[in-house]
Design a protein around this ligand. Structure first.
Ligand code: GNR
Ligand code: NI
Length: 169
């Protein structure tokens, strides 16, 4: 049920880490972008900044809803948080790109992951308004990393068995 509609501070929520089984859940679509979802979004943004991340999926704070937040250009201390509700990939390029990825739910492990270099995606924003975007570079990588979380997939799952076992050592 709703929290107080005013005078509420954003709250940093604990981030789940692997092998917590909740990280494998498939998240549910959001039926309506209401006050409770906006509260979740605000807390996720605070949690992401508090952990020095550039993205966060709701399941990482234990909420199995299709909600992401990202801020991929935090330069000069200027914040530009964006919320993505019910994001969906509409098209992905055949061309692939390799990025060094990390995950707040897999602390201290970084490894190269190959993904489509460009994607087109749709999502609802914090006000429930629909957007369609084309993304490449870090935005495309991060969006795909976050959307994987909605399916219960971690970047480790993209590594070869050998690399994964070496990374987990
Ligand atoms: O903070 C994060 N950095 C990052 C770097 C490269 C590729 C993906 C990411 S996402 C990660 C935060 C996180 O775990 N989001 O789910
Ligand atoms: Ni992650």
């Amino acid at each position: 049920m709703g929290s107080k509609p005013y005078l509420r501070r954003m709250t940093i929520r604990p981030i789940l880490t692997a092998p917590d089984p909740r990280l494998k859940a498939v998240s549910e679509p959001v039926a309506k972008v209401d006050a409770d979802i906006r509260t979740l979004i605000d807390d996720m943004i605070e949690t992401m900044y508090g952990a020095d991340g550039i993205g966060l999926a709701a399941i990482q704070v234990g909420v199995a809803k299709r909600v992401l937040v990202m801020d991929i250009d935090q330069k000069d201390g200027k914040k530009n948080p964006v919320a993505y509700v019910n994001p969906k990939i509409l098209w992905a390029s055949e061309e692939l790109a390799v990025f060094e990825e990390g995950c707040l739910s897999v602390p201290e492990i970084w490894d190269e992951v190959e993904r489509p270099a460009k994607i087109r995606a749709e999502y609802l924003d914090r006000d429930g308004k629909r957007h369609e975007i084309e993304a490449d570079g870090l935005l495309a990588t991060c969006l795909q990393h976050e959307m994987d979380h909605l399916e219960g997939v971690l970047f480790l799952d993209h590594l070869s068995k050998l690399k994964r076992s070496m990374a987990l050592k």
